[in-house]
Design a protein. Structure first.
Length: 153
């Protein structure tokens, strides 16, 4: 598993939108969001497009337009955000970079593949168990959240 800049920025963006929604402020323009979070504007626009395509954010056109979360923060998981930005949460090398097409075929009797598949399920379960709402809680430190989620799977 590799957490990329896309995922980091996507989480920063969605948490920003969640906090903004909680305060009752309207949509935010991509440039304003980029400036506030000190992120590259081009990345922010591309990420917002991916998040919109995944149904996690919506947009409004016009002078007071911009982006906002499409659902409540508690209904959007870290896995949702990561899958929207990366199109996957876990990359198995044998799927993406086959060394030997015969040995790496999904139907082969590979003894390593089940380990990676089990790890992918655990990672996905953990990421699904943490919502944007959880990350926004000021009374629940991140370490407590991680220890609670470690019982997943």
């Amino acid at each position: 598993m590799r957490v990329t800049t896309w995922t980091e920025y996507s989480l920063i963006i969605t948490i920003h939108l969640a906090k903004r929604g909680r305060t009752g402020r309207g949509p935010v323009a991509a440039r304003e969001l980029a400036d506030t979070e000190r992120l590259p504007a081009d990345y922010v626009e591309q990420i917002l497009l991916r998040l919109r395509r995944a149904g996690l954010v919506e947009s409004v056109r016009g002078a007071k337009g911009g982006y906002f979360l499409a659902r409540e923060p508690s209904a959007i998981s870290v896995r949702d955000v990561m899958a929207a930005s990366e199109h996957q949460t876990f990359e198995m090398n044998c799927d993406s970079h086959q060394v030997d097409p015969e040995r790496c075929a999904p139907t082969s009797a590979c003894t390593i593949r089940p380990v990676w598949q089990a790890l992918q399920r655990r990672v996905d379960d953990f990421l699904s168990s943490v919502s944007l709402g959880d990350l926004m809680k000021e009374d629940a430190p991140t370490n407590e959240l991680i220890s609670l989620s470690s019982s997943v799977g």
